[in-house]
Write a protein that binds this ligand. Structure first.
Ligand code: ZN
Ligand code: ZN
Ligand code: ZN
Ligand code: ZN
Ligand code: ZN
Length: 215
């Protein structure tokens, strides 16, 4: 046996089934007006044991690990006196320290002029391809295009909605407005303006003056 409801405004009678169809909808009037601010996460290169070159050949990761800080050497400089190499960042810290002694040969008085680009490393480094850091993206890029892709181009990059702070993929941005709890819209029955979460939690069939059905 169906339950019947009467609308307190129109006195119309609805069955359970009809009542379902009468539930007010949340309407976003102008989707373009919704303000979203997207904050890219800073990408971190995940290194495999073997690094891949443009031509498909592989090279051991260890060649490009800085002997001092153990990070990837994106810029390699060598000492004029002993020809040992480490990354630019480590040399920079050494030079600005009180006792700028070479890490390797202990020569005192290392300045930027006593350091030289290692062209062999630079040549290979420019050939290296790094896999995009974003989950589900398998594209690879040379270092100088890497960050631009990860932060600005990748379909899989993670962003956060400026309204609800939810983290989402770039590819979901277009449809996020249809789910965002903080987006502004209005009730299709009474036209009252509110955000989606207020509509779902409080408005709906509880508060809306045009949707009061009595059993
Ligand atoms: Zn280093
Ligand atoms: Zn040295
Ligand atoms: Zn990507
Ligand atoms: Zn949102
Ligand atoms: Zn309403």
């Amino acid at each position: 046996m169906d339950n019947y409801y009467t609308c307190v405004f129109s006195q119309a009678r609805y069955s359970d089934q009809q009542r379902e169809k009468q539930i007010p909808e949340f309407i976003i009037e102008n989707k373009k007006k919704c303000q979203f601010f997207f904050l890219p996460k800073y990408p971190i290169i995940q290194l495999e044991e073997q690094l891949v070159l443009k031509d498909g050949n592989e090279i051991s990761k260890d060649l490009f690990i800085c002997p001092i800080c153990q990070d990837l050497m994106t810029s390699v400089l060598q000492c004029e006196y002993c020809s040992n190499i480490c990354c630019f960042n480590c040399w920079e810290k050494l030079i600005s320290s009180n006792r700028p002694k070479c890490f390797f040969c202990r020569h005192y008085g290392i300045t930027i002029k006593k350091l030289h680009n290692n062209l062999f490393y630079k040549k290979i480094f420019d050939q290296l391809m790094f896999k995009c850091c974003n989950q589900d993206c398998n594209l690879m890029f040379p270092y100088d295009h890497y960050y631009y892709h990860c932060c600005n181009k990748c379909e899989h990059r993670l962003l956060s909605c400026g309204l609800c702070n939810q983290t989402l993929k770039y590819s979901k941005i277009e449809t996020h407005v249809d789910e965002c709890l903080k987006v502004d819209g209005k009730c299709s029955y009474c036209n009252k303006k509110m955000d989606r979460v207020s509509f779902i939690n409080n408005h709906h069939d509880k508060i809306c003056p045009k949707f009061k059905l009595n059993l």
